[in-house]
Design a protein around this ligand. Structure first.
Ligand SMILES: Nc1nc2c(ncn2[C@@H]2O[C@H](COP(=O)(O)OP(=O)(O)O)[C@@H](O)[C@H]2O)c(=O)[nH]1
Ligand SMILES: [Mg+2]
Length: 197
């Protein structure tokens, strides 16, 4: 599959702002600063589709991007940024929860984790949530360029064990810097989008 077009549609907080029409959705979620905006830009071949921010924790909205005029890539607010108030964290939680619990067109959630670190308690919670609500889940380890080839196996083992991923579930590695294996990642994340229940 190829991503030919990508178009920002809307930033939403409330359900009433989500796009209508029922096109399938693939949501991206992860800790703030995990590289979510970067991978969205890399996969869509756009420099600034999702703003890459040096200051984490700035995105509080759900951004909907229409890809190939066919399906939505949904950018969920990052979680786990330490320097925000408890109240703000709760409001993000609500925004994400509302979307994840009540979004019929949502077919898959892509959980991003940093390949250099053990997934956090929030990552584990998110992974369990995605599975609990019955969405297909793909885990992508970001910033692959930051570790050596030798370190990949160790990273994979730690991520799998911490999240409790079943053996048959793939763990994908990606670098938004060198974009190695981009076509394969696109196929894995979007190729079967119209076949998912
Ligand atoms: N080396 C490297 N840096 C990355 C990669 N992806 C993101 N970054 C950097 O990590 C920081 C956070 O990235 P961003 O995409 O804004 O993360 P977000 O908060 O999850 O949207 C930025 O400084 C990026 O340049 C990657 O694959 N490799
Ligand atoms: Mg971002």
């Amino acid at each position: 599959m190829k991503i030919n077009t990508s178009e920002f549609i809307i930033s939403a907080v409330k359900k009433s702002q989500y796009p209508e029409g029922g096109a399938a959705e693939v949501a991206f979620v992860g800790r703030s600063n995990v590289g979510k905006s970067s991978i969205i830009n890399a996969l869509t071949n756009r420099r600034k589709l999702a703003r890459v921010s040096q200051t984490p924790g700035k995105t509080r909205l759900i951004n909907f991007f229409l890809l190939n005029n066919e399906f939505f890539l949904v950018d969920l607010p990052g979680y786990g940024y330490a320097k925000v108030s408890k109240k703000e964290k709760e409001s993000w939680g609500k925004v994400i929860e509302t979307y994840l619990t009540e979004r019929e067109p949502l077919k898959r959630v892509v959980l991003l984790v940093d390949c250099r670190h053990k997934p956090t308690a929030d990552d584990v919670l998110m992974y369990n949530w995605i599975n609990h609500f019955g969405y297909d889940c793909k885990v992508v380890a970001t910033k692959r360029d930051k570790i050596s080839n030798n370190e990949v196996a160790k990273s994979e083992k730690l991520i799998r064990a911490t999240l409790g991923m079943p053996k048959e579930e793939k763990l994908l590695f990606f670098s938004s810097l060198n974009k190695n294996g981009k076509d394969q990642i696109i196929d894995e994340l979007f190729g079967d989008i119209n076949e998912l229940e």
